[in-house]
Design a protein around this ligand. Structure first.
Ligand code: SF4
Ligand code: SF4
Length: 259
């Protein structure tokens, strides 16, 4: 619960673009309900595949193809394909999922994290500056937990007829610093929940669907046709706020601080 990648993939699903994926924890973005990864071949392949598609499709592919790649994978084997895309005048959008960690293979730091594997201070690669040095003119950074702002930036960059980079930056919930961060878990105001299921589209494991029979719905003062309601498990929720921004019925509320 609280994974920053969830908000990014939620938005890619909304945009209905072809997502060329890569290897990492974020490969799980292919799973429903996010269902926002269409291809994944091998480590570092996402940017090259997207570039190949934009070259093959030409004008027809404009605004339809993005590559997603983690910060660690980008520095490992993705950067060379970005150089190639700029050099060969591609037009796909590259989204770097910068969660400040190498999530899938042990949560170790990487050259953009600022520490060595032993957590001693180390030189930090500035990913936005690195992309500009390669020749990418449009480099933007978003907080993927801010769903609407991220959507707007993605929409603008995907339409751009040249290579652009969007860096979705927020630390993984498993990093040492995030584990120490104060948590304000959210809770469901059950009386207000209409069962619209919008919050469930994030696939957050802290949000559970509670089915209702017509009799149960009526007994709770809801419309008989309401099929259920959402219930947040406050022990799992870390208060990322993504679900709050999707609920239009004031049925999700911020809770008290938890150690
Ligand atoms: S705030 Fe919502 S989306 Fe974020 S961890 Fe809690 S229940 Fe999940
Ligand atoms: S909590 Fe809000 S978004 Fe989630 S099902 Fe209920 S009304 Fe819909």
């Amino acid at each position: 619960a609280g994974c920053p990648h969830r908000g990014l993939f939620y938005n890619l699903n909304r945009l209905k673009v072809f997502v060329s994926g890569d290897i990492g924890c974020y490969t799980l973005g292919f799973l429903p309900p996010l269902s926002a990864m269409d291809a994944c071949v091998c480590m570092g392949a996402s940017i090259g595949m997207a570039h190949g598609m934009d070259k093959a499709l030409g004008q027809e592919g404009l605004g339809k193809v993005v590559a997603v790649i983690g910060d660690s994978t980008f520095l490992h084997t993705g950067i060379n394909s970005l150089i190639n895309s700029v050099y060969n005048k591609g037009c796909s959008t590259v989204i770097i999922l910068d969660n400040r960690i190498t999530g899938m293979t042990g949560q170790q730091p990487n050259p953009a994290s600022g520490t060595t594997i032993g957590y001693d201070p180390a030189p930090t690669i500035d990913i936005p500056e690195l992309c500009r040095a390669i020749g990418v003119k449009h480099v933007r950074t978003v907080n993927p937990h801010e769903l609407e702002a991220t959507y707007q930036v993605l929409q603008e960059e995907i339409e751009r007829p040249e290579v652009s980079v969007v860096i979705a930056r927020f630390p993984c919930v498993l990093t040492v610093d995030e584990k120490k961060r104060r948590k304000y878990p959210f809770h469901t105001v059950v009386d207000n929940c209409t069962g619209c299921t919008m919050c469930l589209r994030l696939g957050c494991p802290a949000i559970n669907w509670q089915p209702l029979t017509p009799e149960q719905a009526k007994a709770m003062g809801k419309k008989e046709k309401q099929k259920g309601y959402a219930l947040i498990n406050e022990d799992m929720c870390i208060g990322c706020g993504q679900c709050l921004s999707l609920c239009k019925f004031d049925a999700i509320s911020k809770g008290e601080e938890r150690a």
